[in-house]
Design a protein around this ligand. Sequence first.
Ligand code: 13P
Ligand code: ZN
Length: 284
Amino acid sequence: MQIRQMDFVREMVRLCEDAWTLGWHERNAGNLSYRLTWEESRCVLDAIASHGCEGDDWTDTGLVLPQLAGSLICVSGAGACFRNAGHCPELVFGIVQISSEGSSYRILWGLEDGRPTSEFPTHLLAHAARMDAERESCAEGCQSRVVYHAHCPDAITLSNILPPDSRVWTRALWQAMTEAVLFFPEGVGVLPWMVPGGCDIARASARVLGDFRSCIWTQHGLFATGCSFDDAFGLAHMIEKTAGIYLAGRAACGGAEPPYGVSDAQLRLICEESGVLPREGFLD
Ligand code: 13P
Ligand code: ZN
């Protein structure tokens, strides 16, 4: 099977097209990565071996991540436009292999225009952070495979209004819409403003993403992670939608806090009914 026909590539294309339609990916905004399963990796390596085009140029990532040693990761390219994902997946995405030390990568397929996203350090550290977090919390081990960065306009607008505080953000979003608490009971992580594109913001984001599945990049956008494309995209969508509802509510109240959001008592009731534990300390 051709790599561009494989399910995970088609899923990545679909996410890009959906998110493009929603207006989250102007020009080359945003990036996406997927950590392949061992079965998918084997299929990719077989397909590459049969064409004899395995690259041998290793590039240092500036990070040492033994969790990712030997992994194959499909990632969007630096400067790639999500709008073009369906038209030419080999330009927009590429599959890289992480070295056995977890410190460098080589391109196996795609990225015909260059190199992985400028936010590759954040993607790598986010994968590693979720693996570590889920190894501790999940009996089945880490299921997280998708890391997604989008320039969602309402989340960005909200970061111009709210302080960069996870509790404040989480409460605003939970109160905006009844079921938000069920989608992100652990809350929303928030990172104060930082220069994008390097290892510093990557390390700071990974600290947040060890604790939350999402991370707001203030005045920039958000990162959402998940076990599947539906999970990661759905989380980003839920954050963006609740941010929009909260903003509309505040605008309708002349800038004041909307008086009739979902109350703490109601949030506790929904959680009890659904067997979900809201993050400790986030409800009054
Ligand atoms: P890339 O084109 O390098 O992925 O950059 C887009 C972006 O959103 C940076 O934060
Ligand atoms: Zn960005």
